[in-house]
Design a protein around this ligand. Structure first.
Ligand code: MG
Length: 282
């Protein structure tokens, strides 16, 4: 099942996408993730609606995994400016603010007064569907509601300017496309065979599969939930593969007007334009 979010007649509602149509729900996708029944009504052609981020009600920051593809970890060696570390034995975690979230075709906010190093990071996002703490790896997937495509757009200079942390540099408003719909885990054929791609202006810059992840979806949940409750509705990004702009030679950063396509096989595609936006740079 593919769950999308739309606003019809001024009211935001969830919907079930089937081919080229969407059957509207009486509730939001956020409610379905937290257990509300799926009762569909009016059916509309997909071409008549504008898809929004499937999720709008966040329990907390978006939970994120860093360095989760070894090729990305290796390509960034020597480019972390004082953050050099050995290959981690456990996943690296950080968070980003929920005000980053935008829809699958919304503009990515770009304010060069805040940063000169806007980078792209194609990722698979997981959504938790069942609360749990210290979830064992073998039961971890029972806690997954489904998956989405995300782009963890980052400002590399802001990461460095504030002590080498990752919150600033990952949390500017309206910079993280999410969608195009939430695909339930039972509709994903091969968890290890999802192809993750990012194109900028038609040039393929990232191309990997989930089989290349350093830590699997189940391992991420087991480690993150160790002593820390995960709740239905929590969103967890699972890391980006190699090919990010910061690690390229020469480096490649996003600019006003760039078209970013983020694609995961089986989960859909995001198409967002980087657009000059006043985010309040001083
Ligand atoms: Mg990332």
């Amino acid at each position: 099942m593919r769950l999308a979010s739309v606003t019809v007649g001024g009211v935001r509602r969830g919907g079930v996408v089937d081919g080229e149509s969407i059957a509207l729900l009486s509730c939001m996708v956020d409610d379905v993730v937290r257990g509300a029944p799926v009762e569909t009504a009016e059916v509309l052609p997909l071409s008549e609606v504008r898809l929004e981020s499937p999720l709008h009600r966040f329990n907390r920051d978006v939970l994120c995994t860093g360095w989760n593809y070894w090729d990305h970890f290796e390509e960034s060696k020597g480019k972390r400016e004082g953050q050099e570390v050995e290959r981690p034995l456990r996943p690296t975690f950080f968070t980003k603010g929920p005000d980053t979230v935008i829809g699958p075709s919304d503009d990515i906010a770009y304010d060069p007064g805040l940063s000169q190093k806007w980078d792209y990071e194609a990722e698979i996002a997981m959504v938790i569907g069942r609360d749990g703490r210290s979830i064992p790896e073998e039961k971890a997937l029972d806690h997954v509601f489904g998956f989405l495509v995300a782009n963890d757009v980052s400002q590399r200079d802001l990461q460095r300017a504030h002590g080498g942390q990752w919150l600033k540099g990952k949390s500017l408003d309206a910079t993280m496309p999410l969608g195009p719909w939430l695909t339930t885990i039972d509709s994903v054929d091969d968890l290890a065979g999802m192809r993750v791609q990012c194109e900028v202006n038609g040039v393929l810059l990232q191309d990997a599969t989930s089989a290349q992840m350093a830590f699997s979806f189940a391992q991420i949940i087991a480690e993150l939930s160790h002593g820390m409750t995960l709740r239905a509705g929590d969103v967890i990004l699972t890391g980006t593969p190699s090919g990010v702009g910061n690690a390229r030679e020469p480096q490649l950063f996003l600019r006003d007007g760039d078209v970013v396509v983020t694609r995961v096989s089986g989960l859909g595609e995001l198409r967002n334009t980087v657009t000059l936006t006043d985010l309040g740079a001083r």
